[in-house]
Design a protein. Structure first.
Length: 141
C-alpha cells in the first residue's frame, strides 16, 4: 500500500473516503467500486483515491476477521448491531492496527476518534476510543 508515500492530509482524506465507501457498501453490495461525489468534485487527490481503493478492498477482503476482533471487544453489542458509521470506523482502525505496519498505533486510534467525532453520534468517539484501547491490548505485542 502507498500509505507511506502519501501526505498526512491525503491519508486523512483517504480514510474519510474509505468510510464513505464502506458505508455505501452496507446498503448496496459492490457500490464501493463506484466513484463517490467527493471523488468527482476533486476534493480527493489521485493518491488519496488509490489509498482509499486499496484500504477499502483490504477491509472488505478481511471483514470477517476484523469483525471477529471487534466482537471480542464490544461487550454490549455484536458488531452487526453497531451503527454503520461506528462499525466501519472500527474496521478501518483495526485494519490499520493489525495489517498496515506503516501506520503507528497512536495515529490509527487518533484518526478513528476524529472520524467518530466528525461522522458519528454524540458519544461515538468515546465508544471507538474504548474499543480500540481494548483491541490494542490483544493485537499489539
Amino acid at each position: 500500500m502507498l500509505m507511506t508515500k502519501a501526505s498526512i492530509p491525503e491519508k486523512k482524506k483517504a480514510r474519510e473516503l474509505t468510510l464513505q465507501k464502506l458505508y455505501a457498501e452496507e446498503f448496496q453490495e459492490g457500490s464501493y467500486k463506484t466513484k463517490l461525489p467527493s471523488e468527482n468534485e476533486g476534493t480527493v487527490s489521485d493518491i488519496g483515491e488509490i489509498l482509499s481503493a486499496d484500504l477499502t478492498r483490504l477491509i472488505l477482503e478481511n471483514k470477517n476477521d476484523l469483525d471477529t476482533i471487534i466482537n471480542r471487544h464490544v461487550v454490549t453489542w455484536p458488531v452487526e448491531k453497531l451503527s454503520h458509521v461506528d462499525k466501519n470506523i472500527l474496521r478501518i482502525a483495526v485494519m490499520e492496527l493489525k495489517y498496515i505496519d506503516s501506520v503507528p498505533t497512536k495515529v490509527a486510534v487518533n484518526e478513528a476518534v476524529e472520524m467518530a467525532k466528525k461522522y458519528g453520534s454524540e458519544n461515538s468517539y468515546k465508544f471507538v476510543n474504548g474499543v480500540l484501547g481494548s483491541v490494542i491490548q490483544e493485537i499489539i505485542p
